[in-house]
Design a protein. Structure first.
Lengths: 81, 436
């Protein structure tokens, strides 16, 4: 799975649920477990970080809206960035 | 004569019409009509164009007037019951007096309005719109959409000046968990005749950028509860129902749900409640993540404990190995000590044995025996051990510690073996007298 921004919340949660199921189901080898925990920690950090991401994404969306609808100007007047 | 025929002047005619009408309709009466247009002037008078339609074609039309003095009272009463102001498209039941003015013509002077009729009419229309949406199979379409896992990007349709809009984004932006919400306003009129068109155009704009958003929120200031009829219209309701993103309404009213509320994915009462709903959506996602986090911690802790235990066991077993070496050392020391004492003991024992042997040897020495008083007797060079072998007259030689004697046997006594038991008297008897 791609570790870039392409990862969606849905994908992250699905993978996390799969990992926890595997960990809970059997006694995982310590090296495998370490690997899984590492991946899970990455996913959790990714999600939590994205839930609290900064204004960059907002700017990007604004630009996209302007491109797609030409309404960005009107919109930008409404929100003070 | 100027006048060749009998004729009325216009004023005369209108006067006749006026008196005829007032004679024919002396009292006020109730009439049902649809408002085609409603206008209030600066002095507070309200002028209505009333129509009756049949299949969208006007089959009757008449003006009506509500004088300012009446209008203030009537409009309050009407809004209080219906939540609406008088406006085009609305069906009303009016108590009117028919009047005819010589200049302005025929019109109805409104004395009263029955809001209950309009209310029933509105409910009926609402039901009709709902029935139509159901018939078309789109009524539940928006409800069928899955809510986004994390509703973080929000397209907002509202009036930028509405108090409800401010409540909404303040609530979102100041959420206690620090979540980021991207909310972008698509301004629209939320009140008045133009509102339905305005909201529809905002929806169109959002539709063209729908990939950028998770949900659409339609909110309206929580102030007055009037003028919600645009949310009951078929055009808006059907657009909301068919919108490709979940639509959440927070129109801010306590009355019956509007048709838009009914077909929207989720209906909340106020803009603030919509914000809370969105925050709780993000929160529930994070809680799922945190739950997994927690379960993982428990698992990992368990596994680590397990491994720790196993490791500890190993460490303990390893720790025993040097102990074994130590004990070997000890045993060696013990052995060495034992060996030394053994050797000492052995030496001691051997020494004793040697000493005893020496003693024995000493004791057995014939010279020693002779010295202690024993003697050796020989006959024909042989040592005599049995007196019976000797006969009377045999010559025997007896050796003492010092010296030897020769004797002749006089008498022998049988039976006694031991030398010690030999009778001294008998012994003496053997001694040859010549020896004395």
């Amino acid at each position: 799975m791609s570790k870039s921004k392409q990862l969606t919340y849905f994908q992250a949660l699905t993978e996390l649920e799969q990992i926890i199921a595997e960990i809970e189901a059997e006694k995982t080898d310590i090296d495998v477990l370490a690997e899984k925990v590492k991946r899970a920690a990455y996913l959790i950090t990714f999600c939590k970080g994205r839930l609290r991401s900064t204004g960059e994404e907002i700017r990007k969306i604004l630009n996209d809206i302007e491109d797609k609808t030409g309404a960005g100007e009107a919109i930008e007047r409404e929100i003070d960035l | 004569m100027v006048r060749t025929r009998s004729a009325y002047t216009l004023h005369e005619l209108n006067a006749i019409i006026k008196s005829t009408i007032s004679y024919a309709f002396p009292d006020a009466f109730w009439v049902i009509a649809e408002i085609a247009e409603a206008k209030c002037n600066q002095r507070g008078h309200c002028y209505l164009d009333l129509v009756e339609k049949e299949d969208e074609a006007i089959i009757a039309q008449l003006k009506a007037t509500i004088w300012a003095y009446e209008y203030r009272r009537l409009s309050q009463k009407f809004q209080g019951t219906t939540g609406e102001s008088l406006k085009p498209g609305m069906k009303i039941m009016l108590l009117v007096v028919i009047t005819f003015h010589e200049v302005y013509g025929l019109s109805l002077n409104v004395k009263d309005i029955d809001p209950a009729y309009t209310l029933g009419e509105m409910a009926l229309r609402k039901r009709e719109v709902i029935e139509r949406l159901k018939r078309e199979g789109i009524a539940d379409r928006n409800k069928g959409l899955a809510l986004p896992m994390v509703p973080q990007k929000i397209a907002v349709i509202s009036s930028p000046t509405a108090a409800g809009y401010e409540d909404f984004f303040r609530q979102l932006d100041e959420n206690p968990y620090g979540y980021t919400f991207v909310h972008i306003l698509f301004p629209a009129l939320m009140q008045g005749q133009e509102s339905e068109k305005s909201i529809l155009s905002a929806l169109d704009t959002i539709r063209s950028a729908r990939g950028l958003f998770d949900v659409v929120v339609i909110i309206r200031g929580g102030g007055s509860a009037i003028d919600l009829s645009c949310f009951d219209g078929y055009a808006l309701a059907s657009q909301i129902a068919q919108f490709p993103l979940p639509v959440i309404t927070g129109i801010g009213h306590e009355k019956d749900d509007t048709v838009s509320d009914i077909v929207a994915h989720t209906k909340m009462k106020t803009p603030t409640a919509v914000a809370e709903f969105l925050i709780s959506g993000v929160r529930s996602f994070e809680e799922r993540i945190m739950d997994i986090h927690g379960r993982m911690s428990v698992c990992v802790e368990g596994s680590l404990k397990d491994w720790h235990y196993r490791l500890n066991t190993l460490v303990q077993r390893l720790a025993i190995a040097p102990l074994r070496t130590a004990s070997a050392d000890g045993r060696l020391m013990i052995l060495e000590r034992d060996l030394k004492s053994h050797v000492r003991q052995l030496m001691h024992n051997e020494n004793n044995r040697l000493m005893r042997m020496e003693q024995t040897v000493k004791l057995l020495d014939p010279a020693q025996i002779l010295r202690r008083g024993y003697s050796i007797t020989r006959h024909d060079r042989e040592i005599v051990k049995d007196a019976a072998r000797l006969k009377k007259g045999d010559v025997i030689t007896t050796m003492f510690s010092h010296g030897t004697i020769t004797s002749i046997v006089g008498k022998s006594v049988r039976g006694t073996k031991g030398v010690a038991r030999e009778d001294e008297q008998e012994q003496t008897a053997y001694v040859l007298p010549g020896f004395d």
